[in-house]
Design a protein around this ligand. Structure first.
Ligand SMILES: Cc1cc2nc3c(=O)[nH]c(=O)nc-3n(C[C@H](O)[C@H](O)[C@H](O)COP(=O)(O)O)c2cc1C
Length: 404
């Protein structure tokens, strides 16, 4: 897949910088052409001559030395490349890119690029777990960059935990998968299709300061909406309360309760061909919405809250489904995933269901990754590896296209 393609390999200043040599050798086996850009710190660990010898191309370190190519290097490499891989990626480079800093050749090239950029971080576990590093990675993912997470194990500093550069074979596999996915988005294969996507939790109001809700963050639905726009489709995203920024190009409708979501969905549905319902809608709401805050003094040791059923949006829309429409449901399960999925498909007139076992490590609410089961109405069932939610979003859209 990357045969004959141009890969820019950014090498930054970490202990794992030497592993860039193994990455180059893997890329060469695939048949890719490689240009290395290294940071000044990386040159403390490994010399440009090593990379020059391995790639056959000059390794670029200094933005202001006489150009090795006639055109401006940071622009020319950004344009020439088909994909950029930053491996190993320091906490520093991810922080800089997440915050728009372009103060050396590598950050400037990344900034000037409209090609996929993939970071393979490697660092001490405490650095990796530092909330600021995690936040920077979330920002990078939200902006469309890719991260190949590090693995766990004994680190060079003696600490044990996550932070080791991912295995080179896995990095190369992921890189090729990302490249293939991005090619698809260039094709604009969803042009002319109109999607309705729901995302996030709902809030069921108890009184002016309290509500019932669930752990949904909306990440999966927002990734789906982003992928639809990238691939040329149109999307109305009906979202419960989340902290996420709406992807550019979507028609966003914000709602709070299940009843509001039902009204918004009914209004948007007739203009859409494909419904993807990833929202975690509360099944019940308090029977009475108190106008004033419920006071503790006025209560007994126990208090009763009477709940009533919310509309079953997926079931209701299943009744409205027209020939040619495609309905995709989601299910968060803790047991008997396939059986429950098949029942839901029948009951709600779905084409397929994306189910996840929320008890599995790295799956379900709040994670950037997920592991899902695809169960379709013909009884076919497959399960993904633990992958980024953006990758699952594309897989869902691929499956929708197969039904069109
Ligand atoms: C011996 C040594 C090892 C280091 N290893 C790492 C590392 O594995 N990951 C990391 O993020 N930073 C590491 N650092 C810190 C970076 O080198 C430092 O943050 C530097 O500013 C990174 O610059 P760059 O991102 O421009 O390459 C290390 C520093 C030293 C001195």
């Amino acid at each position: 897949m990357l045969r004959g393609k141009n890969v820019v390999l950014g090498v930054t200043g970490g202990i794992a910088a030497y592993k860039a040599c193994e990455i180059i050798s893997g890329l060469k086996k695939i048949g890719a052409n490689i240009d290395v850009i290294m940071t000044k710190s990386a040159a403390e660990f490994i010399t440009p001559y090593t990379f020059q010898s391995l790639t056959g191309n000059p390794a670029i370190l200094n933005m202001f030395e006489s150009p090795k190519y006639w055109d401006m290097e940071h622009i020319s490499l950004a344009q020439k490349s088909d994909i950029l891989l930053i491996a190993p990626a320091t906490a520093n480079i991810m922080g800089k890119v997440a915050n728009g800093i372009a103060d050396d050749m590598l950050t400037t090239t990344i900034m000037a690029s409209n090609k996929p950029v993939v970071f393979a971080p490697a660092m001490n576990t405490k650095m990796y777990e530092n909330p600021v590093v995690q936040k920077n990675m979330e920002t990078l993912i939200a902006r469309g960059y890719h991260i190949i997470p590090p693995k766990g194990g004994m680190l060079a500093c003696g600490d044990e935990g996550q932070g080791k550069l991912q295995d080179v074979t896995i990095i190369l596999e992921e890189l090729q998968k990302i490249y293939q996915k991005e090619l698809k988005t260039e094709k604009k294969d969803l042009e002319g299709l109109k999607f309705l996507v729901t995302a996030g939790p709902t809030r069921e109001i108890i009184d002016p300061v309290r509500f019932l809700s669930n752990h949904s963050t909306g990440k999966m639905g927002y990734e789906i909406a982003k992928a639809i726009v990238k691939r040329g489709g149109r999307v109305t995203l009906i979202s419960g309360p989340t902290s996420l920024r709406a992807p550019e190009g979507v028609d966003l409708v914000l709602v709070e309760t299940a009843e509001e979501m039902f009204e918004a969905v009914k209004k948007a549905y007739p203009q859409c061909d494909i419904l993807i319902k990833s929202a975690a809608v509360s099944d019940y709401r308090p029977k009475i919405r108190e106008a004033q805050k419920v006071k503790k003094e006025s209560q007994e040791e126990e208090m009763q809250l009477t709940l009533v059923r919310n509309p079953d949006i997926l079931l209701e829309l299943g009744k409205m489904k027209k020939p040619g429409n495609i309905h995709v449901g989601f299910a968060a399960e803790t047991e008997n995933i396939v059986e429950h999925g098949q029942e839901k498909i029948q009951k709600k007139n779905l084409d397929f269901i994306v189910a996840n076992d929320v008890t599995e490590e790295g799956a379900g609410f709040a994670h950037n990754t997920n592991i899902v089961h695809f169960i379709d109405k013909n009884g076919d069932h497959s399960k993904t590896e633990k992958v980024e939610k953006s990758a699952i979003a594309h897989e869902i859209l691929d499956k929708v296209l197969l039904l069109k």
